[in-house]
Design a protein around this ligand. Structure first.
Ligand SMILES: [Fe+2]
Length: 302
């Protein structure tokens, strides 16, 4: 056996930090961030506040964009306990996206055979004590870190830590992207600290969680699909439909490429007929960001 930390094939066998150039290009400075927040479309904001109990189980409150200026929102994040995710960086901040794609191509070139066919980005601004719960992303990921320090905990992508049944639920949006988590998983974690100028990749689907290390953090999370990852995601979707109809599909890691491709093709047809309706509710918002209040979370005002 190799020392791969995942049961899924793919060119990335283990977590690794690569250099990137986004910090020296000025994208993480306060003035640039405040101006970006002023013009970023409100519908592309996710504002989360995570709480954890003694067992490490998470609960989530969500925020509305609210009416703070970009500079005020930045201040609320710095003072509070917020996790702010700006979706669709491709269109929301095209200059940052172009620079990140140039860095991505350099990183990709270090993995023979890796060829992304679709990339998308989320810019994450998070408070000094923010923590992101245990989850997996149904895509390859490069996490470009621009500011502050954060600690990544990366777990093996085996059935115990990442069951395909749970993955199917995430891929078909029957649940948010959270996986069952147990404190005992910590014995299996690979721990990597990320500094500005570092971009972290990990094996496809590896579960992970994040702790900020007492500083305001800025990261660009870029996800990407290759043809193999697209086939596998489609196969997981088709397996979810089979399971919802009482079947017990085989694990995708035991399937050949033609089988995965056939299940991906089936998933396109199943999506077209609406075989699996998303069960993710539209959250009522709990708060809006405010400067000078506990956690940076003020009462909703609109
Ligand atoms: Fe993630």
């Amino acid at each position: 056996m190799s020392d791969r930390r995942t049961r899924y094939p793919g060119p990335i066998a283990e977590a690794k930090i690569h250099p990137h150039t986004l910090v020296e290009q000025g994208f993480a400075e306060d003035a640039a961030l405040a101006a970006m927040l002023d013009r970023y479309p409100a519908e592309h904001f996710d504002i989360n506040l995570y709480d954890y109990d003694d067992e490490g189980q998470v609960s989530l409150r969500t925020g509305a964009r609210g009416r703070l200026s970009g500079a005020e929102l930045l201040e609320a994040i710095k003072q509070g306990r917020l996790w702010v995710n700006l979706r669709e960086v491709e269109t929301g901040w095209p200059e940052l996206w172009a620079a990140a794609m140039a860095d991505f191509r350099a990183i990709q070139a270090t993995y023979p055979g890796m060829r992304a066919v679709k990339n998308a980005g989320q810019l994450i601004l998070s408070s000094p004590k923010a923590r992101v719960p245990y989850h997996f992303d149904a895509a390859g990921v490069v996490l470009f870190h621009l500011r502050g320090r954060k600690r990544l905990f990366i777990y093996p992508g085996d059935e115990q830590h990442l069951s395909e049944k749970n993955m199917e639920q995430v891929v078909t949006r029957q649940t948010t992207e959270e996986l069952p988590y147990r404190l005992a998983f910590e014995n299996d974690a690979q721990v990597m600290d990320l500094e500005p100028g570092g971009a972290l990749t990990w094996p496809l689907y590896a579960p992970h969680r994040v702790e900020n290390l007492d500083r305001f953090c800025v990261s660009l999370s870029m996800d990407f699909q290759t043809w193999p990852s697209r086939f596998r995601k489609g196969a997981l979707f088709t397996n979810a439909v089979i399971r919802s109809r009482g079947g017990s599909p085989r694990f995708t890691d035991g399937m050949s490429t033609p089988e995965l491709a056939a299940r991906w093709a089936a998933s396109l047809a199943l999506k077209k007929v609406g075989a699996m309706k998303s069960r993710i509710a539209h959250f009522e918002r709990d708060f809006e960001p405010e400067v000078g209040v506990e956690d940076g979370a003020g009462a909703l005002r609109s």
